[in-house]
Design a protein around this ligand. Structure first.
Ligand SMILES: NC(=O)c1ccc[n+]([C@@H]2O[C@H](COP(=O)([O-])OP(=O)(O)OC[C@H]3O[C@@H](n4cnc5c(N)ncnc54)[C@H](O)[C@@H]3O)[C@@H](O)[C@H]2O)c1
Ligand SMILES: O=C(O)C(=O)C[C@@H](O)[C@H](O)[C@H](O)COP(=O)(O)O
Ligand SMILES: [Zn+2]
Length: 357
């Protein structure tokens, strides 16, 4: 079993990665939680696949389990869905000593995580990610949130879990589109780390290769993320790097109105910002082509007509890396060398060539 420890000022927790881990989840959760009432929160795709298995594991280890389900999809990352789940906790008499387990993809982790962060001003949380995106990114680092309409992650909190359990065998039940989507966040990381991790990415040519390398992809991505979160949990500086590809990516995702998955939008956003910085001479020539090739190889979109939308600049201004009228743009000088450029908001369209002509 691979163990990555996230050690923060006020708490630390382990991320455990192993095939078949779900079969041992009850015991592992017992090692961090005393017996208590637990709400397992999943969407209606994941619940029929894994919720009962996890519930049995917890029951056998002395926990009292309640299973909650919500409709799958980004639209459920909403205040109204949060209210529905919080009401269920009230109805089932959950108190401050109880806990929430987020079992599912990034939508579940963000929604159930924010539920745990806010119910009674905070009850315990464990993340059990089942999508590739959640196993390489969203389950670690404590960002939890819901959207307001199409404005992404705009109401949320930093709320770290007590444990993260990653079982790569759950990836086998993902649709190809949902598997490949998570790869957008992996290429984002590999472009910044370079070295062995980038070399591994260069060998991946199909969705089958992603599945075959899931353990290493998860380990490499989570280690990079954990190191950054330990240095800068609340995104005062270095953590902004984890947002590479997201300034344009989130804007495109919002404009797509549910038609693009998050990882697909990140793929488009990563290529777009690399292209702009390469044309400006700030990124070494040829880097954009390298990144585009790796993303396209597994079937991710690498461009979008939404880059030409007249509303794109307005969406970009909602980026959380906007401080005092200046936007921090994450880019790479070359593979393995990330950097941040601060640009006044009124000059954004000179640096990012959006809307595209
Ligand atoms: N908090 C963070 O740090 C962070 C990081 C990256 C992304 N995110 C957020 O994560 C979300 C995207 O996550 P996602 O791509 O996992 O979306 P998702 O949770 O909607 O999962 C994608 C689809 O896969 C299904 N699914 C998940 N696991 C499955 C399994 N094992 N078998 C079959 N189906 C399964 C889900 O039901 C859903 O239909 C976005 O809202 C994004 O903003 C958050
Ligand atoms: O953990 C982080 O920090 C990230 O930026 C990871 C991103 O992949 C993720 O999409 C995150 O939710 C975006 O955060 P936001 O602050 O831009 O909403
Ligand atoms: Zn992301």
């Amino acid at each position: 079993m691979k163990k990555i420890t996230v050690a923060l000022t006020n708490k630390h927790y382990d991320v455990l990665i192993e095939k078949g881990l779900l079969n041992n989840a009850g015991k592992l959760i017992s090692s961090v939680w005393a017996p208590r009432k637990v709400a397992i929160v999943s969407d209606d795709n994941v619940a029929p696949l894994y919720q009962q298995q996890l519930a049995d594991q917890l029951t056998n280890n002395g926990f009292t389990v309640h299973c909650y389900q919500f409709p799958a999809g980004e639209a459920s990352k909403s205040l109204s869905q949060l209210q529905t789940l919080a009401q269920q906790l009230v109805t089932d008499n959950f108190n401050r000593d109880d806990g929430v387990v987020a079992l599912g993809g990034g939508v579940t982790g963000d929604l159930a995580g924010f539920l745990a962060a806010t119910y009674m001003r905070g009850i315990s949380l464990i993340q059990v990610p089942t999508s590739l995106l959640a196993q390489v990114d969203s389950s670690v680092g404590g960002k939890t949130a819901v959207d307001l309409g199409t404005t992404k992650n705009i109401v949320g909190s930093f709320y770290e879990p007590d444990l993260v359990l990653i079982d790569p065998t759950t990836l086998k039940t993902l649709t190809q589109r949902d598997l490949v989507e998570g790869y957008g966040e992996i290429v984002k990381v590999a472009a910044m780390t370079g070295g062995n991790f980038w070399q591994l990415i260069e060998k991946i040519e199909s969705p089958t290769d992603i599945l075959a390398n899931a353990m290493s992809l998860s380990e490499g991505s989570i280690q990079f993320k954990a190191d950054i979160v330990m240095a800068d949990e609340k995104e005062g500086g270095q953590r902004q790097l984890l947002n590479f590809g997201h300034t344009i990516g989130h804007a495109v995702e919002a404009l797509a109105n549910g038609k693009l998955r998050h990882g697909e939008a990140v793929s488009i956003g990563t290529v777009a910002i690399c292209q702009d910085f390469e044309e400006a001479g700030k990124t070494v020539a040829g880097v954009t082509a390298k990144i585009r090739t790796q993303l396209a190889a597994v079937g991710l979109p690498v461009s979008s007509p939404l880059l030409s939308s007249p509303q794109i600049l307005d969406k970009i201004k909602h980026d959380k890396k906007n401080h005092n009228g200046h936007l921090n743009l994450v880019y790479i000088k070359k593979i393995g060398q990330p950097a941040i450029l601060t640009v006044p908001e009124n000059q954004i369209s000179n640096t990012l060539k959006v809307p595209r002509q």
